[in-house]
Design a protein around this ligand. Structure first.
Ligand SMILES: [Zn+2]
Length: 84
């Protein structure tokens, strides 16, 4: 599979389009933003999307409330008691 960062590529296209509009309104500033778009598209194609943090052990998960590593089978967090 080709490693890509689709969200960054899409953002690059949006910034390019937004930049064209800004060139008309602000001139040089819009041009700078317009040039950043293609850079983001290229970076999005070359770079691999960073992986979200994963627990070290497969039977662990992160508490959504306090981000502590808790047992995946446990319904509540052992640190703060938050149930998710
Ligand atoms: Zn917690």
């Amino acid at each position: 599979m080709v490693s890509m960062w689709p969200a960054l590529t899409v953002s690059g296209f949006m910034i390019s389009g937004f930049g064209i509009f800004l060139i008309l309104v602000t001139g040089v500033l819009g041009l700078v933003i317009f040039l950043a778009g293609p850079l983001m598209i290229v970076a999005g194609i070359i770079l691999k999307e960073p992986n979200p943090p994963k627990p070290d052990a497969p039977n662990k998960r992160y508490c959504k409330f306090c981000m502590a590593e808790v047992d995946a089978g446990s319904p509540t967090c052992s640190e703060c008691g938050f149930a998710d």
